[in-house]
Design a protein around this ligand. Structure first.
Ligand code: ZN
Length: 115
């Protein structure tokens, strides 16, 4: 069974792009092209996203707290790149979960009501 298979009708009606934008368990999901019912990325993807969110924000906080205002510490390099690293982290936060949704974890039926 493919990860692009609709959990309602069993047809392979999703592709990496549509799956990437199907959202998580708590979202409304994306309508299956074959049967018209809503599908979302399942528990695995939802847990990954939650963990990834925590890691990204933890790293931003850690970098912020460790970015030295004085020279000659082992973290000196962070000061120069802090903005760059944080921007990269935020960018990865926007992209990585989408990539993971696109290529990993199965679809599940949307549990949220459709209205
Ligand atoms: Zn379907």
């Amino acid at each position: 069974m493919s990860i692009y298979t609709c959990p309602h009708c069993g047809k392979k009606s999703f592709n990496p792009v549509s799956k990437a934008f199907a959202g998580q368990l708590n979202s409304k999901g994306k309508v299956c092209m074959e049967c018209g019912r809503r599908c979302v990325n399942g528990k695995g993807a939802t847990i990954f996203n939650a963990v990834y969110t925590i890691i990204v924000f933890a790293l931003i906080v850690i970098i912020y707290l460790n970015a030295p205002k004085t020279a000659d510490t082992q973290y000196d390099w962070i000061d120069k790149y802090e903005l760059f690293i944080n921007a990269g982290l935020i960018l990865s936060y926007a992209i990585v979960p989408k990539l993971v949704n696109a290529f990993f974890f199965r679809l599940e039926p949307a549990i949220r009501s459709e209205n």
